[in-house]
Design a protein around this ligand. Structure first.
Ligand SMILES: NC(=O)c1ccc[n+]([C@@H]2O[C@H](COP(=O)([O-])OP(=O)(O)OC[C@H]3O[C@@H](n4cnc5c(N)ncnc54)[C@H](OP(=O)(O)O)[C@@H]3O)[C@@H](O)[C@H]2O)c1
Length: 292
């Protein structure tokens, strides 16, 4: 259960920064942890404050941290970011893109970093390739469409009917309504599948993949054996936030090549309502908590 309560202000250890949180991104992993689904990988000590994505200002700096200063606007990955103050490892923060509000900046980290890792590190997307992105309207998907386009790939996205036009505006050549248009309608023409939905929605995606194409998912796990059965390849996604990658992403944002989309904004004391909405698994872009 999520409750709002007073907690002591954390103190940064060496290498850490205390961030005065202005906005926090709400990711599916936050409620998956809250519900105990990640107990084995990420055990909790209670009371626990959820939240990883953050945008705010530097309030205090731990020993050994260089390159950041008090009062600086930053964004990236912290821990316990559904709070007025949260700790972050300094090399998982970067200066906030100057063109973004704090709410927009809080929508970036997990979405953009995961899309980057999936497309460019796991699938090694090349210019001219055809890339199919499932869940193209979501917090990760909307970055994936834009990043694949930026790389020079030809993008097809899947979404509900309500988001088909939105997915096109992100740069997809085609947007398939997953209720009416199966990926098999593309023939086996796709070089890369990037799946952000998983479950039953994953199976039909194989029908669009070229022989020897690559299938990458961030929602569940695909074994090499399963990929082979489809005449295809797979690779795991390891998304790691770093200052360097955030700066790269920030550059794309400030030059207008990547636009984060904020879905609904909730005040901090309505974090439970934000989780309930995220758990539905539909919508555009990233849900954000406005803290300040
Ligand atoms: N492994 C990792 O490192 C990693 C990192 C980040 C996220 N994830 C996981 O990846 C998943 C997606 O994360 P997210 O933040 O993008 O979630 P999200 O913001 O909730 O977006 C989910 C999207 O999925 C779409 N969708 C739902 N059912 C669909 C279907 N049958 N076919 C196609 N699209 C469908 C929705 O679009 P409509 O509204 O149009 O239905 C929605 O836009 C979550 O399970 C999350 O935990 C993993």
């Amino acid at each position: 259960m999520l409750v709002v309560e007073e907690a002591p202000r954390p103190k940064p250890k060496p290498g850490e920064v205390l961030v005065r949180v202005h906005a926090a991104g709400v990711n599916p992993v936050d409620w998956k942890i809250r519900k105990g689904y990640m107990r084995a990988a990420a055990p909790l000590q209670f009371p626990a404050t959820p939240g990883f994505d953050v945008a705010g200002t530097v309030e205090a700096i731990g020993e050994g941290v260089t390159g950041l200063h008090n009062g600086q606007a930053v964004f990236g990955r912290g821990s316990g970011t559904y709070a007025e103050y949260a700790l972050a490892i300094a090399n998982q923060l970067a200066p906030k893109p100057s063109t973004l509000s704090f709410e927009q900046a809080a929508a970036v980290n997990i979405g953009a970093v995961t899309a980057w890792a999936g497309l460019f590190e796991a699938a090694r997307v090349q210019p001219g390739q055809q890339v199919l992105i499932s869940g193209a309207a979501g917090g990760v998907g909307h970055f994936a469409v834009q990043l694949a386009r930026w790389k020079g790939a030809r993008v097809i996205g899947t979404s509900s009917a309500a988001n088909v036009n939105y997915v096109r505006t992100l740069g997809a050549e085609k947007a398939l309504d997953y209720h009416t248009t199966p990926p098999a309608s593309l023939g086996r023409t796709v070089d890369v599948v990037f799946d952000t939905v998983g479950g039953e929605a994953q199976t039909p995606l194989w029908d669009a993949l070229k022989p020897d194409g690559i299938f990458v998912t961030i929602a569940g796990r695909i074994t090499e054996e399963t990929a082979k059965q489809h005449g295809a390849r797979t690779a795991g996604v390891s998304a790691k936030t770093s200052t360097e990658l955030l700066q790269m992403i920030s550059g794309l944002i400030d030059s207008g090549q990547l636009i984060p989309h904020v879905g609904r904004v909730f005040p901090l004391d309505q974090a439970a309502a934000a989780h309930a909405l995220s758990e539905q698994g539909h919508g555009r872009g990233r849900i954000v908590l406005k803290v300040r």
